[in-house]
Design a protein around this ligand. Structure first.
Ligand code: CU
Length: 169
């Protein structure tokens, strides 16, 4: 190996190392079109809410802030939940990054909701779950969260009976 090749491979491993354990090497390249113009949403009151994705338990509303959940680029979604709202244990095909914008949430890892071991996250706080990690979420008060991830969006419930898309529901 010549010195040039050696330097290139060293640089590549530094880049991979810096990316850390939250990356998903199987992630396809983004397909989304470049953003056409500046976008401004001045405060939570200006968010335009719609019905939540059918894969989420009923009761929440969501707003698509950026991206295409069916595509492979960056996606940002907000969810507004009433107090007591729960997303039972589930996992996603890509890393999930959650920022609490209002209210108080709790997040936990595992296949069963456990209110004692779940971590409380207040307004301004952050929770992240690597791709395929089993986790769950609870709104301890009415809450708004922002969920950032690389598409495509997917959610698989650990217990299929928890899936609102389940034909027997
Ligand atoms: Cu999740």
């Amino acid at each position: 190996m010549n010195i040039r090749a050696l330097l290139c491979s060293a640089a590549a491993s530094v880049v991979l190392g810096a990316a850390g354990p939250m990356t998903n090497p199987s992630q396809p390249a983004p397909t989304a079109a470049p953003m056409a113009d500046m976008q401004v949403v001045n405060g939570l009151a200006a968010v335009k809410w719609g019905p939540a994705h059918p894969a989420l338990p009923p009761g929440a509303q969501t707003a698509l802030m950026a991206g295409d959940p069916a595509g492979t680029g960056f996606v940002s979604i907000r969810a507004k939940m009433p107090a007591g709202y729960k997303v039972p244990p589930h996992f996603h095909p890509t890393d999930e990054h959650v920022t609490v914008l209002s209210g108080t949430m709790a997040f936990g890892m595992g296949d069963m909701i456990d209110a004692k071991s779940a971590k409380t996250v207040n307004r301004g706080g952050y929770f992240a779950a690597p791709a395929n990690m089993h986790h769950y979420a609870m709104a301890k008060t009415a809450a708004v969260i922002q969920i950032d991830f690389m598409g495509p969006f997917g959610i698989t419930y650990v217990n299929p009976g928890d899936d609102p898309r389940h034909p027997e529901k």
